[in-house]
Design a binder for this molecule. Structure first.
Ligand code: UD2
Length: 316
């Protein structure tokens, strides 16, 4: 069996990956359950769950020195940009320092590692308006979250160039799908929308707060396509020491997205308009040609992904 370590493996993307891989492989998950949930993980004897933080040096040293991993996916992070603005020091520990610690432990103990894949973010491109974003586009990180993601990503790739550690990085655009936690105001907008549609279906009074006029657009990518991208990047020789945008290459405006869901569910979600969020980017879309060269074949358009998500939530 192939051995995988997934940090943040009880979170949205991590648990989807862990559930997929543990069908036929041995998977160790580390998660401190700050945003993730143990219930996201399927019960499976191939899957070992460790409740702990990637910032815990003792724990990480134990895990990395006492196991031999073929692949490591570092998905643990404070995903909220707003949180990083509120608490730059604390989020820096998790979003940056844990990466450096992991890299050093890998360099020391994981000589046979085939790949460490680090999850970076489209946030690093900031508000520079040229679209679509290519991997070599201007980087303009505007928040502690974005600075930490970019710095960590560069360290991860430098560990390949400088020390021969097998690494790659992915830059996620707006990922959505089952098990995304809608509880924070900064949760992915699609998870918040699905939560409101559920309330509507249950006859509860609800409304969706739309920041701005709804013309802002995003490149929403379904989590199953993200899993495909992660596995492809992890196993491609050509991906060594490189970073890859993970998106669909197409953007949809928020108000159009709401129309799509209204049509599928044959309802009309009540909307309350509020002024645009501070620092909100108007449009975002990925150029995914680099990923496509590895063999990435997008399986879910936004309409298809949304439908699958709504079915899994028993809304259709
Ligand atoms: C995404 C990432 C973030 C960072 C950023 C980089 C997610 C969840 N967040 O933020 O981590 O990488 O990209 O640019 O993927 N909105 C509403 N009502 C709500 C919630 C959101 O109108 O209740 C709007 C929001 O103002 C924005 C859009 O929906 O215009 C998307 O918001 P988001 O938080 O899902 O994602 P984004 O692109 O701001």
């Amino acid at each position: 069996m192939t051995n995988y370590l997934i940090t943040g493996g009880a979170g949205f993307i991590g648990s989807t990956l862990a559930n997929h891989l543990s069908k036929e492989n041995s998977v160790v998950v580390i998660d401190d359950l700050s945003m993730g949930k143990k219930e996201n993980l399927n019960k499976n004897s191939n899957l070992k769950f460790i409740n702990g933080s990637v910032t815990d040096k003792e724990l990480m040293t134990e895990v990395l020195s006492q196991n031999t991993f073929d692949y490591i996916f570092h998905l643990a992070a404070i995903a909220s940009v707003a949180d990083s603005v509120e608490r730059p020091v604390e989020t820096h520990q998790i979003n940056f320092e844990s990466v450096l610690l992991l890299l050093e432990l890998v360099r020391k103990y994981q000589k046979d590692l085939q790949r460490l894949v680090f999850s970076s973010s489209a946030a690093i491109y900031g508000d520079e308006p040229t679209l679509p974003k290519k991997e070599e586009s201007v980087i303009r990180p505007l928040t502690p979250y974005a600075v930490d993601k970019f710095a960590a990503e560069q360290y991860v790739l430098d560990y390949n160039h400088l020390y021969g550690v097998n690494t790659s990085a992915v830059r996620f655009f707006n990922v959505y799908g089952p098990n995304q936690n809608p509880e924070s105001p900064y949760s992915g907008v699609i998870s918040i929308l699905v939560d409101r549609y559920k309330k509507l279906k249950n006859g509860e009074e609800t409304q969706f707060t739309l920041f701005g006029d709804g013309s802002q657009s995003r490149d929403f990518v379904f989590v199953e396509d993200v899993i495909q991208a992660l596995l492809l990047v992890a196993t491609s020789e050509e991906a060594l020491g490189k970073q890859f945008n993970v998106g669909t290459g197409k953007a949809i405006a928020l108000k159009e997205l709401i129309d799509v869901i209204n049509d599928v569910l044959e309802v009309k979600l009540p909307i309350k308009y509020e002024s645009e969020r501070d620092g909100d980017i108007k449009d975002s879309v990925a150029d995914i040609s680099r990923l496509k060269k590895l063999g990435y074949k997008l399986e879910f358009s936004i309409e298809e992904g949304i439908k699958k998500y709504l079915v899994s939530e028993d809304l259709v």
